[in-house]
Write a protein that binds this ligand. Structure first.
Ligand code: GLA
Length: 410
C-alpha cells in the first residue's frame, strides 16, 4: 500500500547543502544562517485583518538563508546578491539608493520580490542596511497555505538583523515583513503568518491578538493525549492574489460600514468590535453580513479553543475546528470541492477529532487532529480515496509545534 506521508529531509543535511551552494556561488564561506518556519493555523481563519484572535504554530518545514556581508569598499557594498538553491537562479541588485516600492503596482511575483521587499522595508526604517549575499532554500510547500512566503521574508529579515546588529525586536520584525508583502509584493495579507514564523514556541500554539499584538504561548499537550497534527495537502495550488483574498478584505470593510449604521454604533472600527449579541439583533441578509457572521463567530471559537486547551479538552477543540470549517465554507465561501472532500473523509473516521481548511483557503491544506496510532490509517482512509477520486497527487505531513525564527553564526 502506498504511503502518502511526505517527510522532511534532516535539518543538518539541508544546512550543509546550503553552505556548499553558497561557497560555490559566492566564492567564500557564509558568516551565518537564519532559519524561519512555515506555519499551520489551528483555528482563527480570516480574522487577523479584522483585529481578531488567531492560534497558529510553526511547523517542521522552514526556509534557510545563508548570508555573508559584502566587504566595505567593494563596489557592491550596498548591493544584494541572491541565489535560490531550489531554482538554481541567481540575481544581483546593485542599488545605490533604496529600490522603489511597488505600492499600487501590479503584483510583483518574481521570487526575488520577497527578499527585495524586506530590504526595502528595512531601509525605510533607517536601520543601516548594507550589502549582503544570500543563498536561500526552503521545504515549505509553495502555494499550499503554509506560509512559504512569510518564511522567506522572516528568514531574510533575521539574517540582516543578525548581520548588522539591528535593534529590531521580534514583533517589529514580523510587522516589517508584513509591510514588505503588503506594499512591495502587493498582497494585502494580515500579520498572522509573519508573526507565527517569528515568535512561535516549541510544543505550544501561539495565541495572537491581532489588534493589540499581545501574544501568549498556549501549551499544546498533544503527545500526552496520544494525538498528532496531520496536514493534508489537497495539491490544488492557491494563488493568494488571484484568489478571493483581497475581495474578502473589501467585503469585511463594507460590513464594518454597514454595521456601523445598522447597529447605530458610530465608533465601530473593525469586526472585532461586534459581538454575538449585536449579530442577533440584525438579519443576516447580505454577503457582507455573512462575512461578518463568520468573523464574529470565528473569534469566539478561538477564545473557546484556548479555553479547551487549558483543560486538555481535545474533543471540544475538534468540534470547534469542524464548526470553523463549516463557517468558512458557508459564510465566508473560501472552501473548495477538494477541501470539503478532504474534511468530509477525515471527519468520517472515529480516530479524527477535528478537521478544517487552514490558511487562506480556495485550495491548499487542511489541518487535522488525529490519534497518533491512526496516522497510517489516515493515509489509507483519507488521502488514498481523495487521490483516487480527484486524480490529484495529495500528500500529508505529520507535524508538531516548533520554535520560530532562529539565527546563528558559523
Ligand atoms: C493568509 C494570510 C493571513 C491570513 C490567512 C487567513 O495566510 O497571509 O494573514 O489572513 O490567509 O486566515
Amino acid at each position: 500500500m502506498a504511503d502518502f506521508i511526505d517527510r522532511p529531509l534532516p535539518h543538518e543535511h539541508r544546512v550543509e547543502t546550503l553552505i556548499a551552494a553558497f561557497e560555490r556561488e559566492f566564492g567564500r564561506r557564509p558568516e551565518g544562517i537564519s532559519a524561519a518556519p512555515g506555519r499551520v493555523n489551528l483555528i482563527g481563519e480570516h480574522v487577523d485583518y479584522n483585529d481578531g484572535l488567531v492560534l497558529p504554530f510553526a511547523i517542521e518545514r522552514s526556509v534557510l538563508v545563508a548570508w555573508a556581508r559584502t566587504r566595505p569598499a567593494n563596489e557592491r557594498e550596498l548591493g544584494l546578491g541572491l541565489y535560490s538553491l531550489d531554482l538554481d537562479d541567481r540575481d544581483d541588485f546593485g542599488w545605490l539608493s533604496p529600490p522603489a516600492a511597488q505600492v499600487g503596482e501590479p503584483l510583483n511575483d518574481d521570487w526575488t520580490a520577497y527578499p527585495q521587499g524586506v530590504v526595502w522595508a528595512l531601509q525605510s526604517t533607517g536601520s543601516g542596511v548594507r550589502g549582503m549575499d544570500l543563498a536561500i532554500t526552503g521545504d515549505v510547500p509553495q502555494g499550499a497555505g503554509l506560509s512559504s512566503s512569510a518564511a522567506v521574508e522572516v528568514a531574510v529579515a533575521g539574517a540582516f538583523r543578525d548581520a548588522f546588529d539591528m535593534p529590531i525586536d521580534d514583533v517589529a520584525l514580523a510587522q516589517l515583513c508584513q509591510r514588505a508583502e503588503n506594499e512591495f509584493v502587493g498582497v494585502r495579507c494580515g500579520i498572522m503568518d509573519q508573526f507565527a514564523s517569528t515568535l512561535s514556541v516549541r510544543d505550544h500554539a501561539l495565541l495572537i491578538d491581532c489588534r493589540s499584538l499581545a501574544h501568549d504561548a498556549v501549551p499544546l499537550r498533544l503527545a500526552r493525549a496520544g494525538l498528532a497534527i496531520v496536514i493534508a495537502n489537497s495539491a490544488v495550488q492557491r494563488e493568494l492574489v488571484a484568489s478571493a483574498y483581497n475581495d474578502r478584505r473589501r467585503e469585511c470593510e463594507e460590513a464594518v460600514v454597514e454595521l456601523r449604521r445598522r447597529l447605530d454604533h458610530p465608533d465601530l472600527t473593525s469586526l472585532r468590535d461586534v459581538g454575538a449579541a449585536d449579530l442577533a439583533r440584525i438579519e443576516i441578509d447580505s454577503v457582507p453580513m455573512r462575512r461578518a457572521r463568520h468573523v464574529v463567530t470565528e473569534i469566539a471559537r478561538v477564545a473557546a479553543a484556548v479555553d479547551a486547551l487549558t483543560r486538555d479538552d481535545f474533543a471540544a477543540l475538534g468540534t470547534l475546528m469542524v464548526e470553523s470549517h463549516l463557517s468558512l465554507r458557508d459564510d465566508y465561501e473560501v472552501s473548495s470541492t477538494e477541501l470539503d472532500l478532504l474534511v468530509g473523509l477525515a471527519t468520517a473516521q472515529e480516530y479524527v477529532l477535528g478537521a478544517r481548511l487552514t490558511g487562506a483557503g480556495c485550495g491548499g491544506c487542511t489541518v487535522n487532529l488525529v490519534r497518533t496510532d491512526a496516522v497510517d490509517a489516515f493515509s489509507r482512509d483519507v488521502i488514498a480515496p481523495y487521490c483516487e477520486r480527484t486524480g490529484l497527487p495529495a500528500v500529508m505531513y505529520v507535524t508538531a509545534p516548533q520554535d520560530g525564527l532562529r539565527a546563528w553564526r558559523l
